[in-house]
Design a protein around this ligand. Structure first.
Ligand SMILES: [Zn+2]
Ligand SMILES: [Zn+2]
Ligand SMILES: [Zn+2]
Ligand SMILES: [Zn+2]
Length: 151
């Protein structure tokens, strides 16, 4: 046993009978407190920059915010990434056409706005194209009718 254990919290020797091991460091029992609210940490604690935090404060302080709705993303939540930005699954949509982007979809992050890869050439999304298609279908039907009439 190393008798000269140094507390990772206050950096003083631990001479107490009780010491706590948190991740790789040893701590005075009384030093295992949340660096933000000062609560004693009993069940779970989170280590960041050599400071301990309770779950609530850790989530508040170091939460990753969604690039879409700017709300915190809980560590357990599924996320989508675009460059350095992280998004809720539900927020990972194109900011122009609102299409839902999938993993592996090509997308662009421009000035904090997520754009689908189609954005480059669907600036004014071609409603015309779709209408044209419908018209074509209509024409075909008419042609068939005509043909039938001819028969
Ligand atoms: Zn200490
Ligand atoms: Zn706390
Ligand atoms: Zn979001
Ligand atoms: Zn789009």
């Amino acid at each position: 046993m190393d008798q000269r254990a140094v507390c990772a919290g206050c950096h003083r020797l631990i001479t107490d009978r009780f010491l706590l091991r948190v991740t790789d460091g040893l701590w005075h029992e009384e030093c295992v407190r949340c660096a933000a609210c000062g609560d004693a940490l009993r069940n779970s604690c989170f280590l960041r920059d050599r400071k301990l935090y309770c779950k609530r404060d850790y989530a508040d302080l170091f939460a990753v915010c969604c690039g879409g709705c700017a709300e915190a993303i809980s560590p357990a939540e599924l996320v989508m990434r675009a460059g350095a930005a992280v998004f809720h699954l539900r927020c990972f949509t194109c900011s122009v056409c609102s299409c839902r982007l999938q993993t592996g979809d090509r997308c662009v992050l421009r000035e904090g706005q997520l754009l689908c890869a189609r954005e480059d050439y669907h600036q004014c999304k071609s409603v015309d194209e779709e209408e044209e298609e419908e018209e074509e279908e209509g024409e075909e039907e008419e042609e068939e009718k005509k043909r039938r009439r001819n028969l």
